[in-house]
Design a protein around this ligand. Structure first.
Ligand SMILES: *Cc1c(COP(=O)(O)O)cnc(C)c1O
Length: 396
């Protein structure tokens, strides 16, 4: 493994590491070295690696049937949709394979609702936010409020405008006669682990009601228990018209979902949108087993408790550390904002067998599994604190 060129496009800056086995919060590399995983493959493996509730269901499904297409009924897909609807503000679900596709579906549904149901084709613009992240397809990278994901991909689709995050007055100013929706994350994950202010989210929801706009919440990183509620919008006392899921929904088996309110159902009439693989037998089984486990074991509550604990520990132990500007988060999505780049610290932690991930250049992001042992979490936090102490001491 390493620097030699291989047959892949070089679009990822990979670490010189390859894992061969995972169990719970632990990973092992090719040399048998053990790692404590505090990043969960980018907030995906919320139940840890190879969780037995999911592997058992998957193994049974692998032996039975994998794929028939969405031309036919898929019972687990319907069960998963029902479970999502029963546990959220949504009434209907569309399944796809990734986060970008889920957001793409949300954008398409919003436009189509205005064009086909309301008969207002002039309203197609969606307001998104600076430092947001919504995916890598042409529409979702355009929705993303960061220039770095757009470079070299012009022309970009029309219909997106941007407002500063957590600024209700600026948002109100951005609404115009073409606006059809406001789309945002409750915690900007890739943008630096920035939780939205409650007053801002409530104002956004109110503006949507007042102007007849759809509120779209991107829960791709925050959903499925990660932030201490099943969905992060629950922290804010609002109900989105549309929200999207992916990352943790299948514990690592690719599945995405776009969920919407009843009034939007008819906007996606037969033939209007689709996916070959979306919610097939394997991914639906993984999704169903994952969601049943999160709900059955009340893992959202566990994420809330452990997250509060971790943030307060980090705040206490890093108070006065000259490299640390802020510690923030919601549940087990935690960011340590540094005064400078995080890359070297992340690499040092990796050498010590602790995996964390950046969120933008200056933030260390922690996203441990929701089932992590308290002792493992303590060990991970201690390693993070120690590395930051050593680096701060070396800097003076
Ligand atoms: C990861 C992410 C996406 C994109 O998901 P993919 O599965 O990589 O397409 C979109 N929005 C948010 C908030 C994300 O964290």
């Amino acid at each position: 493994m390493g620097e030699a060129q291989n047959a892949l496009f070089p679009n990822y800056a990979r670490y010189p590491l390859a894992f061969v086995k995972g169990e719970g919060s632990r990973l092992w590399d090719e040399n048998g070295k053990e790692y404590l995983d505090l990043m969960c493959g980018l907030a995906v493996t919320n139940l840890g690696h190879a969780p037995k509730q999911v592997t058992e269901r998957l193994k049974a499904q692998v032996d039975t049937l994998w794929h028939t297409s969405n031309l036919f009924h898929i019972p687990d897909q319907e069960k998963l949709a029902q479970l999502l609807v029963d546990n959220s503000c949504a009434d209907a679900v569309f399944f796809c394979n990734s986060g970008a596709e889920a957001n793409e579906a949300a954008i398409k549904l919003a436009r189509r609702y205005y064009q086909k149901v309301l008969g207002q084709p002039e309203r197609y613009e969606i307001i998104t936010f600076h430092m947001s992240f919504h995916g890598r397809t042409l529409a979702t990278l355009t929705a993303t409020g960061q220039d770095k994901v757009k470079e070299g991909f012009a022309p970009l689709p029309e219909g997106f405008v941007y407002a500063p995050y957590n600024d209700a007055a600026a948002l109100e100013q951005t609404i115009g006669p073409k606006t059809c929706a406001i789309m945002l994350e409750m915690v900007q994950g890739e943008g630096g682990v920035n939780p939205a202010d409650k007053a801002f989210v409530q104002k956004a929801a109110e503006l949507c009601k007042q102007h007849g706009l759809l509120l779209i919440v991107d829960e791709i990183q925050t959903g499925v228990g990660r932030t201490g509620k099943l969905f992060a919008y629950e922290h804010y006392g609002i109900e989105p018209d549309i929200f999207t899921l992916a990352k943790a929904l299948g514990s690592g088996i690719p599945i995405g979902a776009m969920l919407g309110k009843e009034k939007l159902r008819e906007a996606f009439s037969a033939g209007s949108h689709g996916s070959t693989f979306g919610g097939n037998f394997l991914s639906a089984a993984a999704g169903l087993a994952t969601l049943e486990t999160i709900l059955g074991e009340k893992l959202s509550d566990r994420a809330a408790e452990l997250g509060d604990y971790a943030v307060s520990e980090l705040k206490t132990k890093l108070a006065g550390n000259s490299l640390v500007k802020d510690v923030r988060g919601l549940g087990l999505l935690i960011g340590i904002q540094l005064t400078g780049p995080s890359a070297e610290l992340i690499a040092t932690l990796q050498q010590q067998g602790v995996l964390v991930v950046s969120a933008g250049p200056n933030v260390i992001r922690l996203a441990p599994s929701l089932v992590i042992d308290k002792a493992d979490l303590d060990r991970g936090l201690a390693a993070v604190v120690q590395v930051l102490e050593q680096k701060a001491a070396a800097a003076v």
